[in-house]
Design a protein around this ligand. Structure first.
Ligand SMILES: [Zn+2]
Length: 303
């Protein structure tokens, strides 16, 4: 290991795990990591360490400024609300399907790390009262004019909102957060006693990561993702944050063609490049979900 990597590892070894307080770290991955969208690697190799105690993995690096234009340009190609909607509006139907539309009217719904509020616009349309939490302040005026209460971070949500939220959502955000335990504790404070949180994050037990640790590793690990969770580490985190129950579920977003071509070509090819019967595809996706080897984790957390 080079001197710089030694120093990085040694300095972290002196650091308590932000999730469980453990101090024993093992080297989990060292190599190229993504800078942003696929195709651009960070200039320096990344070092991912895993906490022996809680099994969460951590990419050593500098914090990212999520209030900056630079981050949104990296992921959306621009920093305006319209850029966000162009990229993310199509993703919202799947989230709405997870929530269901039958129990939202008259409820208070918070989306934490909501971007420009694409999900909240839909939730508000079926009669919910909405709370938006998003560090990118350039989106705030547009969200306020859409009828949402808006705050930059969970800590800035005033006490009158504490204990008011029926349902909180937090999609693909947890992996970006430096202190996930404090973050989930903050979300839990917003929930009613019987409130629930639905969150999602990439699954570190993704089968391709086991089969192609180097080629898929440099696709999977990225500078903007600080933490990498398994279902077990996510359950530990939720429990330590004070949630009464954590129910993880697995969700695979890609088809058999994508998987086979990863194995052949060692890079992503998108969906539907090889012909497979719908039955075979459905069986493949259901098998990964049933065995916990999907690319994404969802979890319902009960306050
Ligand atoms: Zn830990």
């Amino acid at each position: 290991m080079k001197e710089g990597a030694h120093q990085q590892r040694d300095s972290l070894a002196q650091t308590d795990c932000a999730i469980c307080g453990g101090r024993q770290w093992v080297e989990h991955y060292r190599g190229p990591v993504r800078a942003g969208r696929f195709g651009t690697l960070a200039p320096a190799p990344g070092l991912v360490l895993r906490c022996r105690s809680c099994d969460a993995a951590y990419l050593v690096g500098q914090p990212v400024d999520y209030a900056s234009d630079a981050y949104r340009k990296l992921v959306d190609g621009g920093g305006e609300a319209a850029d966000f909607h162009r990229v993310h509006d199509a993703e919202q139907a799947e989230k709405l399907a997870l929530l269901g539309t039958g129990s939202l009217r008259g409820r208070c719904v918070a989306d934490i790390g909501c971007g420009a509020g694409a999900l909240l616009d839909l939730v508000r349309a079926v009669g919910a009262r909405t709370l938006a939490v998003e560090p990118m302040t350039a989106y705030h005026a547009a969200m306020r004019s859409g009828g949402h209460a808006v705050f930059p971070v969970v800590e800035a949500v005033p006490p009158e909102w504490h204990g008011q939220v029926d349902l909180a959502t937090c999609f693909s955000v947890l992996e970006h957060i430096e202190d996930p335990l404090a973050f989930l504790q903050g979300i839990r404070r917003l929930l009613k006693p019987c409130g629930r949180l639905l969150l999602s994050t990439p699954n570190r037990d993704d089968w391709l990561l086991e089969l192609l640790p180097e080629d898929y590793g440099q696709f999977f690990y990225r500078v903007v993702h600080r933490w990498y969770f398994t279902a077990g580490s996510l359950c530990q985190l939720g429990s330590r944050a004070g949630f009464a129950a954590v129910s993880p579920a697995f969700h695979h977003r890609f088809d058999l063609s994508n998987f086979l071509l990863w194995l052949r070509d060692r890079h992503p090819t998108g969906l539907g490049r090889l012909a497979a019967s719908p039955v075979l595809d459905a069986t493949f996706v259901a098998t990964l979900a049933a065995t916990g080897r999907s690319d994404y984790l969802h979890a319902w957390l009960e306050a």
